[in-house]
Design a protein around this ligand. Structure first.
Ligand code: CTP
Ligand code: CA
Length: 225
């Protein structure tokens, strides 16, 4: 089935998608962030609207235009993203975690701008762990039969790490991307393997993020049936 052939196989479903990358503030002007642009999550949201779903898009710091027909909830940090995803997931049929969630955040937020001082070495930045949203929603499904999808960007031993991550997170599907210089971050196209908890592997050849989005919804819709 080509990406242009659209059927309403997600009609009556509520799907929640997180997209973009979280930013963890150090002080009022600085943050720890990552290179995610939100393209894959926004493509998933547009595709789900086209297939008839009610879509909640939890968007972390993306500058992309809001997809027509989706409810967009804007968040900044991982803690805010967790809150928004958990709230929306309460009545969701599927949750897709496409956002790049910071694993750590600064242990302390400086309410005033951190200044340098002559002759003084900078203070090291202490970090603490952020909540793992994907593991949490996978472990405590808000609804029986809710489908949970995670993403993983890996640089080495992509499939081995992907299988291990799928098991550790407890999600139904894990979309594994190989990250390299021209792949994934900010790119229009990527290549992935979708790993399923039942052992199935669906390779998606190098191509537009829209096509990968379509394949992901195909796999989710098949699990609804
Ligand atoms: N994720 C999440 N909460 C976090 C970190 C990650 O929900 N605090 C989600 C991401 O949205 C993604 C999946 O978990 O769907 C995998 O993210 P990844 O960074 O690859 O996994 P980690 O468990 O953080 O492992 P790593 O140490 O390789 O970063
Ligand atoms: Ca991580």
């Amino acid at each position: 089935r080509g990406p242009e052939a659209v059927r309403a196989d997600l009609a009556g479903r509520h799907v929640v998608i997180s997209a973009g990358g979280t930013r963890e503030p150090l002080d009022p002007v600085r943050y720890l962030g990552n290179r995610s642009t939100g393209k894959q999550g926004y493509a998933l949201a547009r595709a789900a609207v086209a297939r008839g779903a009610r879509v909640t898009l939890v968007s972390a710091n993306s500058e992309l235009p809001a997809p027509a027909g989706a409810d967009v909830v804007r968040v900044g940090t991982a803690v805010q993203l967790r809150e928004a995803v958990l709230k929306a997931a309460a009545d969701a049929d599927a949750v897709v975690m496409a956002a790049a969630v910071a694993d750590f955040r600064p242990a302390h937020y400086a309410p005033g701008k951190i200044k340098k001082r002559d002759g003084q070495e900078p203070e090291p930045v202490a970090l603490v762990r952020n909540p793992d949203v994907l593991a949490e929603i996978s472990a405590e499904r808000a609804r029986p039969g809710q489908i949970v999808v995670g993403f993983a960007a890996e640089t080495d031993d992509v499939l081995v790490n992907g299988r291990e991550k799928l098991a550790r997170k407890g999600c139904d599907l894990l979309v594994v991307n190989e990250v390299g210089e021209h792949k994934t971050f900010g790119a229009e196209e990527n290549e992935a393997v979708v790993l399923a908890s039942d052992g199935a592997e669906t390779p998606v050849p190098y191509g537009p993020k829209e096509v990968l989005a379509g394949r992901i919804w195909d796999l989710v819709a098949a699990r609804f049936e």
